[in-house]
Design a protein around this ligand. Structure first.
Ligand code: AMP
Ligand code: MG
Length: 707
């Protein structure tokens, strides 16, 4: 069997609550599941036990099996259980200990008195020893002078390096105290969860919750290596051990939980330290990152001069691949993110056949044409309150929307079509078999793919994934998009003074906002002047911090086009002369493995090129696949004689009649037209004669994901 959730608890035998501020030598709980590992700090055993109860219940509700490890001995050296309870069963000893231990909500407890009480049953000074209190306790020796123990000093598994004997109630680890107090609490969990909980290796049945003994010191060195700076040791221990156990092959982990001695118990993973270390490191290792792009990925074949837009898009699509690593995240946190693996339904929706309306349910076979009169059974079926029992053939049951169809019911008649006196229901037949019911799995069946790889998660997907019990999903890390502006004339922000020859940076805010709106992590690389060394330094930074870089300005082939000159020097530039208006060449290159899109400086051209080329390319690199904007044929509200040779994008919006009007000027410096428009009209590569009423292709901004 496999455990979806692994819990590791670092226990404490303290007699007062631990400090408010998370500290060492207190109770720490680490929980590793699909979504990663979390830790929590608890000031008292009672608080920790409550937290565990809530966790177990929640995990059981969602069908996830829990392995919960505790770092105190679950049993004593051979012979002790039998001597105390008459049975060689450690769980009988648990009940015996629990019956004696009192452990308050403030950690106040009687463990030392219980130990003394037990000692009294055996001759000599022992087996329990070490009293940390100021007051003497009769029959509990402070030291081992005159110590006599009829049982072994250690269990076989306590030979593990660093393991302390269970008889010692104080001093390093105070293992003896932790065990007495811990066993009492675990016995309470056993009672609370009954058949849903088992303790290995003493019990072997598969249960939703399984308890085991663990010992984080088994992987002491790895824990130290993987601890975060300043991390409290106890926290690091539960965090690293929980993720290590979770990272083991499920079958290996299951086998480990069954090892050991049925009387003395066992430390989980003893003898498998190397596997645990490796699993801990694997769980902590940074995720695999896909290979970067090849340097020559944008190269065009020799002799290519002007590239039509569609050919350029095809080439771009072929050159690129997803660039980001993947991670598992809770469904609820995945808004706007892209699935890196298909989401598979954990159970059907709906899980069971249920009623689609408020009404009366019955077996269709017992009804016919004309007036029907069916006696009502006592009780009702409601959503969340299933009807207990079967409805006899020929009888009916009151049923509400969403209620599971009780046994014997396959059809529901709508309340409005019935009359009732409380003992019987009457209605007119015939009623269609299965009327007003929803079949199990009619929406999605268990095990079916609910969403494919590459799907972007929006609000509706949250509903679907939640309905199907998918609590965590495999996602691509958000693509990091760096944005850089270049040009001696560019001044960073509108609040800086600009001399007449200077202009405020319009492209960077626009491109950053586009990237963010597309769901990526936008990284502002600032603005640099026309200085190759500076541009190079900024591109270095971009390649370190971002997966892809968008630059604007300096992308043509002129004297002042330093971005392209620099990229050409590095030998990775491909200047794509795309047959497109507005838009001069698109400079495509890689810089230290990061793709660089050199967009035109002109804001109108920069936006059009970003929408037409960068958007599908970024989508592909982010893992969501290539995108094609959805266009609509609408009548033109303008006239134009278009020359052949270049595809044209005009700033456009729809009139009240649904025709496309275009901005008064095609001048590519007219930034105001971008915001006047609500989309672009796309005119074909060839010649076109457009008069009012001629159908043209309108691409709303929303089709480019521009919101
Ligand atoms: P370039 O591609 O560098 O030749 O620039 C073309 C035109 O766009 C010039 O008029 C530049 O001043 C202008 N331009 C370049 N970058 C920006 C920017 N970030 N914001 C606004 N205008 C820009
Ligand atoms: Mg320039």
């Amino acid at each position: 069997m496999s455990f979806e959730t692994v819990v590791v608890t670092d226990w404490s035998g303290a007699s007062t609550p631990s400090p408010v501020r998370p500290s060492k030598d207190a109770i720490w709980i680490g929980v590793a599941c699909d979504g990663g590992v979390t830790t929590s700090y608890h000031r008292t055993r009672e608080a920790a036990t409550e937290a565990l109860c809530a966790l177990f219940a929640a995990e059981m509700d969602s069908g996830r099996r829990v392995l919960a490890g505790f770092d105190f001995p679950f049993a004593y050296p051979r012979g002790f259980a039998r001597a105390l309870t008459g049975r060689g069963d450690p769980l009988a000893l648990w009940a015996e200990i629990a019956a004696r231990i009192e452990d308050g909500a403030d950690n106040g407890n009687n463990r030392l008195d219980v130990a003394a009480e037990i000692n009294r049953r055996f001759p000599g000074e022992g087996p329990f020893w070490a009293n940390p209190l100021g007051r003497d306790i009769a029959d509990l020796p402070r030291t081992k002078a005159g110590y006599a123990n009829p049982f072994g000093e250690r269990r076989v598994c306590d030979d593990a390096p660093g393991a302390q004997p269970v008889w010692k109630l104080a001093g390093v680890g105070s293992v003896g105290s932790q065990a007495l107090l811990g066993i009492a609490r675990l016995e309470a969990l056993r009672r609370r969860f009954g058949a849903a909980l088992s303790v290995r290796p003493f019990e072997t049945r598969d249960t939703p919750v399984t308890l085991v003994e663990v010992f984080p010191s088994l992987i002491r060195k790895t824990v130290a290596d993987l601890a975060e700076p300043e991390e409290i040791k106890d926290r690091a221990q539960v965090r690293v051990l929980a993720s290590a156990l979770r990272a083991l092959e499920p079958a290996d982990l299951d086998a480990m939980t069954r090892e050991g001695d049925p009387e003395e118990g066992w430390i989980l993973g003893l003898g498998h330290q190397a596997a645990l270390d490796a699993a801990a490191r694997a769980a902590a290792a940074p995720p695999l990152v896909p290979p970067r792009l090849r340097n020559d990925c944008f190269a065009l074949p020799q002799g290519v001069d002007w590239v039509p837009v569609d050919a350029a898009l095809d080439r771009l699509r072929a050159a690129l691949h997803p660039l980001t690593a993947t991670e598992t995240r809770p469904t609820a946190e995945a808004a706007g993110r892209i699935l890196a693996a298909p989401a598979v339904a954990r159970r059907s929706n709906p899980p069971r056949p249920n009623s689609a309306v408020d009404g009366y349910g019955f077996a269709h076979a017992a009804t016919g044409e004309g007036a029907q009169r069916l006696p009502l059974v006592t009780g009702r079926a409601a959503a969340g309150q299933p009807f207990d029992g079967a409805v006899p053939r020929g009888a009916a049951v009151r049923i509400l929307t969403g209620a599971i169809l009780p046994e014997g019911v396959d059809t529901v008649v709508l309340e409005e079509d019935t009359a009732t006196d409380g003992t019987a229901v009457v209605f007119d037949g015939p009623v269609k078999p299965g009327a007003n019911t929803r079949a199990a799995g009619e929406d999605v069946t268990e095990g079916a793919q609910a969403l494919p790889t590459g799907h972007r998660r929006r609000a509706p997907e949250l509903a679907l994934l939640s309905a199907l019990g998918i609590g965590s999903v495999e996602l691509f890390r958000p693509l990091r998009v760096g944005v850089l502006s270049t040009g001696d004339e560019i001044v960073s922000a509108p609040d800086l003074p600009a001399r007449p020859h200077q202009i405020w940076d319009a492209n960077r805010p626009m491109l950053l906002s586009l990237a963010r709106g597309w769901g990526y992590e936008a990284i502002d690389l600032g603005r640099v002047g026309d200085d190759r060394a500076r541009i190079a330094a900024r591109l270095d930074e971009g390649a370190r911090e971002a997966d892809v870089i968008l630059t604007s300005g300096g992308a043509s082939a002129g004297d002042e086009d330093h971005v392209s000159a620099l990229l050409r020097e590095q030998g990775t530039l491909s200047s794509w002369r795309i047959a497109l208006k507005p838009g001069r060449p698109l400079a495509l290159a890689t810089w230290r493995g990061a793709p660089v899109f050199g967009l035109p400086g002109n804001p109108v051209a920069a936006l059009v090129c970003a929408l037409v080329f960068a958007r599908p390319a970024l989508s592909l690199m982010a893992g969501a696949g290539w995108t094609v904007p959805q266009g609509f044929a609408v009548p033109a509200a303008f006239s134009k004689a278009k020359k052949p040779g270049r595809r044209e994008y005009l700033r456009a919006r729809l009139t009240a009649e649904g025709a496309a009007e275009v901005f008064r000027s095609e001048g590519s410096g007219r930034i105001s037209g971008l915001s006047w428009a609500t989309g672009l009209v796309e005119l074909p590569d060839g010649a076109a004669e457009i008069a009012p009423g001629t159908p043209v292709r309108f691409l709303p901004y929303a089709s480019f994901g521009l919101v």
